[in-house]
Design a protein around this ligand. Sequence first.
Ligand SMILES: C[S@@+](CC[C@H](N)C(=O)[O-])C[C@H]1O[C@@H](n2cnc3c(N)ncnc32)[C@H](O)[C@@H]1O
Length: 281
Amino acid sequence: MESTVLQFYDQLAGEYHLMFADWTEEVTRQGETLARIIQSHLGQANLGTPMPSVLDCACGIGTQAIGLAKQGYRVHATDLSPGAVARARQEASAFGVNLTFDVVDFRALANKVSDTFDIVLCGDNSLSHLQEDDELYLAACQMRARLKPGGLLLASIRDYDRLLNPTDAGTADPGLPGQRGTQMQQKPRGTMPQVFDDKDGRRIVFQIWDWAGDGRSYAIHQYFVHETQAGIQTTHHVSRFRALQRHELSAILTRAGFADIQWQLPAQSGFYQPLVSARNL
Ligand SMILES: C[S@@+](CC[C@H](N)C(=O)[O-])C[C@H]1O[C@@H](n2cnc3c(N)ncnc32)[C@H](O)[C@@H]1O
C-alpha cells in the first residue's frame, strides 16, 4: 500500500544506507563534490572564516548534510521525517561532526527555522514528492525566505527530462548513485537490480515504478532483498514521485522570485543528479 511521504521515509530510515555500496564513503564523496560546486558559485573569497552556513532542508539520514559538515560548513539539517532526523543525529555523532537538526516540512520552514543561510540545499529528488505546482511554489518561497540576500539555492531532481524524452534507446537514467534505470518502451518500469556482496550474504536493491494513467507521476516500490543463511528476507516500501521536468521547476523558481537559475547535468557538476542553482538577489 502507498504510504504518505512521512511514513515512507520513517520506514526507510533504518535501511536508506543500503541503497549504496558503502554509504559512509558516499557521504564523504558527496560532501567533497558539493563543496566544489558551492565554491564554484560563491567563489573562494566567500569561503573564509566563518565558513558559509547551509540549511539542508531535506537532510534525510544526512548524506549531504554530514558530508558538508565534514568539509567545514556550518550545517542546520531538517527533514519531514522524525525517523530520518533521529538517524541523521546518530550518524553525525558517529562521524564526529557538529550539526544542528530539526523536524520541519520544507513547505513550512518558517514555522521552525528563523535564521537565514548562505546556502539552502534540497537534494536527492525530494522536491518531486510534491505533486502540484502550488505546493512546489510554496516550498520554493519558503526556501528563498531562509536565504540571506545573494544566497544560493541548490536542488537536485532525477533526470525526468531524459526519462520522458529519450533521444536514444540506450540512454538510461542514472537514478541513485550506482543505480541505472531501464529504458522500456515509453516509460521506464524501474531501476536495474544492484547486487552487493555483504558479509552475511547478497543484498539486492531495486525499484519498480507504476505510472499513473496521466503519466505525470509514478508509485515507486523500493525493494531490499537480503540473502542470508536463514533464507531470503525482503522489505518493500511504497511512495509517489511526480516526474518533474527541469523547465517546470525553473518556472516555479522564477515565480518564487529566484534569479540566475542554472541547471548543471552530472557530466558538468560531478553530482549524480541534475542540479539547479538559483540566487536570492
Ligand atoms: C531521497 S530522500 C533524501 C534524503 C537525504 N538527502 C539523504 O541523502 O540522506 C528525500 C528526503 O526528502 C524528505 N522530504 C520529502 N518531502 C519533504 C517535505 N515536504 N519537507 C521536508 N522534507 C521532505 C524525506 O523525508 C526524505 O528524507
